[in-house]
Design a protein around this ligand. Structure first.
Ligand code: NAP
Length: 482
């Protein structure tokens, strides 16, 4: 059990236990042992956090963008100084290899820095008047108290994509982290606190998701919900937000196609496919879920993918050289096995992996799977897999690739490997996804918009777009003497 990390909630600038005094065990997925116990708050704590955010709002929104930016930038600097410590906590509670945790920590710091700068660029407009007796100004008004709810797979990046633009815009915030990954986010809140964030501007409430979310949704003082997670929960929150016409943004699931054109180096493409698919065990919303290869190159590609998948080093993410950590929880392992069994029962072939690793006595370790012989009726082809399974399919040309790729209710990320500029442009323009990675499989960065189309949600995080959800445009119409 770790004793050197923060385990309490952060409300009104104070670290505090839960009013009901409950505790929630955080499990290390590599050992299945509890690594910490955190405060388990509830409705009363959520209300206290909203009260604090309400008190802080006039002062915070009244500060200049430059003052807000200084605190955001100082937070980014502190996170970078403490990146090793934050990353270690993330690996212990989430399972991903240390290098990935460090990457997420630095990417998260970049969001604080980006929105420190965007705070200063939140320009209004002067619009030409059509009659001599009027003048028109458009200014931005902070939305108010904003809530953030996010899952465990990127435990600090996803909340901070919501917190950073909110406080940059002059809003205040209440965040509810995923139950099983609160520790590294608590360290981020430590950075905010030490960077000089005034009490109540950002609050962290741990505890049961439904109970806390219901308070956030029912309280009319909360004006915006930023949610990342599953479609089922996102739809439920959207329905509840409708009662108060509460603003909501939804970053939901995906089913990303990965299209490999025959003009690329197949060996290199296979290596890229394996890296892209098995990062974080495929537990990534933008993880590629369907790999389309031209029939002329399929055999060669499949052989190379299996070869690379078999060499991936599985183990505790804290150990040197580990490329794949444990899956997040037993339920994730069970779901993955269910997808594989369903596909096999309908004729698919598993070329490697696809079972719980026997090399480990404890921990949710799963052998990365490569699967062929897929058909549309298999569950893995219809629902978001969120698992370490690499399915290989075929396509014949650009039109066929577009048809198959877009044939999904989801529209989050998509990928194309090609050296042909015309193919690249054609695909980029016709794919119905919020992100298109061309010869790149991580299209996510602080300075660009991230988000989905269709059932993958709406709203954008990152880029200049990411702050728009946190302000309302206000038209100031000034009557003047002509
Ligand atoms: P989830 O079950 O929807 O959980 C997401 C968050 O919502 C967690 O904090 C969870 O709390 C909370 N939650 C659960 N039930 C709730 C309820 N009834 N009311 C309010 N909050 C509730 O999602 P997940 O399975 O953990 O996460 C994986 C999903 O997230 C995948 O579908 C993935 O694609 C999606 N995702 C999307 C993006 C994106 O940017 N588009 C990024 C990453 C992940 P607990 O922790 O207590 O369960």
């Amino acid at each position: 059990m770790m004793t050197d990390c923060q385990t309490r909630m952060y409300i009104d600038g104070q670290w505090c236990g839960a009013e009901g005094k409950g505790k929630l065990a955080v499990i290390n997925p590599a050992t299945e042992e509890p690594c910490a116990e955190v405060a388990c708050g509830g409705a009363a704590d959520a209300r206290r956090a909203i009260d604090a955010a309400e008190r802080a709002l006039p002062g915070w929104s009244g500060r200049t963008a430059y003052e807000r930016a200084d605190i955001l930038k100082a937070t980014a600097d502190l996170m970078r100084q403490r990146a090793d410590r934050i990353a270690r906590l993330m690996t212990i509670e989430q399972g991903k290899p240390l290098a990935e945790s460090k990457g997420e920590t630095l990417a998260t710091a970049a969001f604080f820095e980006w929105y420190a700068e965007e705070a200063k660029r939140l320009y209004g407009r002067i619009v030409p008047h059509h009659v001599p007796t009027k003048r028109h100004f458009v200014i931005h008004h902070p939305v108010g108290i904003c809530a953030a709810i996010a899952p465990w797979n990127f435990p600090i990046l996803l909340p901070v994509r919501k917190i950073a633009p909110a406080i940059a815009a002059g809003c205040t915030n209440v965040t509810r982290p995923a139950s099983q990954t609160p520790l590294c986010l608590m360290e981020v809140f430590r950075c905010l606190d030490e960077a000089g964030l005034p009490p109540g501007v950002a609050n962290l409430v741990t505890g049961p998701a439904g109970e806390i979310a219901d308070v956030l949704l029912a309280d009319p003082r909360v004006r915006k919900i930023g949610f990342t997670g599953s479609n089922e929960v996102g739809q439920e929150l959207m329905r509840k937000a409708a009662d108060q016409v509460k603003k909501i943004s939804l970053e939901l699931g995906g089913h990303a196609p990965f299209i490999i054109f025959p003009d690329v180096d197949v060996e290199q493409a296979a290596r890229t496919a394996v890296t892209a698919k098995f990062r974080n065990n495929g537990q990534v919303c933008i993880s590629a879920s369907r790999f389309y290869v031209h029939p002329d190159r399929r055999e060669e590609f499949t052989e190379a993918v299996v070869r690379f998948a078999k060499t991936l080093k599985l183990g505790n993410g804290l150990d040197d050289g580990v490329e794949i950590g444990p899956m997040f929880e037993q339920a994730a392992v069970d779901k993955t096995i269910g997808l594989i069994e369903d596909a096999q029962s309908k004729g698919a072939a598993v070329l490697c992996g696809g079972r719980r690793s026997e090399r480990f006595e404890r921990g949710f370790f799963f052998e990365p799977a490569v699967v062929t012989g897929l058909t549309r009726d298999m569950r893995i082809m219809r629902t978001e897999p969120f698992s370490p399974i690499l399915p290989i399919l075929e396509f014949t040309g650009v039109d066929d690739a577009i048809r198959q790729a877009n044939d999904t209710p989801y529209g989050l990320a998509s990928y194309v490997l090609t050296n042909d500029i015309n193919t690249a442009v054609n695909m980029a323009e016709r794919l119905e996804f919020g992100m298109v990675g061309i010869n790149d499989f991580t299209p996510a960065t602080a300075q660009c918009p991230f988000g989905g189309m269709k059932a993958s949600g709406f709203g954008r995080e990152g880029g200049i777009e990411g702050i728009e959800d946190y302000v309302s445009a206000k038209h100031v119409c000034l009557g003047v003497t002509a």
